[in-house]
Design a protein around this ligand. Structure first.
Ligand SMILES: [Zn+2]
Length: 243
């Protein structure tokens, strides 16, 4: 009995592993198509008429225009949540929380947060972060021809896994490059993290973002080093937010 159970568990784990690997090789066009209208089950969106939604989508479109070969049509949604977070989800969906929008003080700060998420799409990190349960549900959705919308994936299942240090620093590098292309300078790209670094460590408002991203002080240092290395202007006109 024990032997048989062990064999079943081994086969199940092997299957999950194969599916996980296979998912990573799903062509990006298929991924974009499968998830074109998908939204996480636990997302509470703000009103479609919300000015911040409109402005954030405009900003993502502008940033993405500096990545012409991007295989996604990026969609922005605002999560009606007080905690700060931003995440890259399958199909080119970027979710930012109201809590994060409350924290940013200029368009330049927001542009870097969004550019960082674009970096995760560029490296397809967002697929690697899918949990095993989600992978299995997706597998059945695909083989039964069901819509992935019915799978009931929660954003929290995906994002709580977070990314590795290397994936994060690559996303930061891409984000800074795209901000530099869009503005011609990187002024205030890391201002948000400077403030967070100086702030009270126990601030609940920023805890969630910090649990899924590197320490703000480290990021500030890294971003400075990148700008230094590539000779990018750290002074330049700041664009204010239109809300
Ligand atoms: Zn990240």
């Amino acid at each position: 009995m024990v032997g048989l159970t062990a064999i079943f568990v081994a086969i199940a784990l092997l299957l999950v592993f194969i599916i996980e690997v296979a998912l990573y090789f799903v062509p990006v066009t298929t991924e974009a198509e499968l998830f074109s209208d998908w939204l996480p089950e636990d997302l509470v969106t703000v009103s479609p008429a919300d000015e911040r939604l409109y402005q954030a989508q405009l900003l993502v479109d502008r940033l993405a225009s500096h990545w012409p070969e991007a295989p996604y049509e990026f969609r922005v949604e605002i999560d009606d949540s007080e905690v700060s977070n931003a995440m890259a989800l399958p199909g080119g969906l970027i979710i930012v929380t109201q809590g994060l929008l409350d924290q940013v003080e200029s368009e330049n700060e927001l542009a870097f947060v969004l550019g960082h998420e674009l970096g995760h799409f560029r490296n397809r990190d967002h697929l690697r972060a899918l949990g095993r349960g989600i992978v299995i549900s997706l597998f059945f959705a695909v083989i039964t021809g069901n819509d992935v919308a019915g799978v009931g994936i929660k954003a929290t299942d995906i994002t709580l896994r977070g990314f590795g240090r290397k994936q994060e620093s690559r996303a930061d590098e891409f984000g800074l490059a795209i901000v530099h292309s869009a503005y011609g300078h990187v002024n205030q790209a890391s201002r948000l993290f400077e403030r967070w670094d100086e702030a009270d460590e126990n601030s609940l408002a920023i805890l969630t973002y910090l649990s899924t991203h590197p320490q703000p002080g480290d990021r500030v240092d890294n971003l400075r080093a990148i700008a230094d290395r590539d000779g990018w202007q750290t002074e330049g006109q700041i664009t204010s937010l239109n809300w």
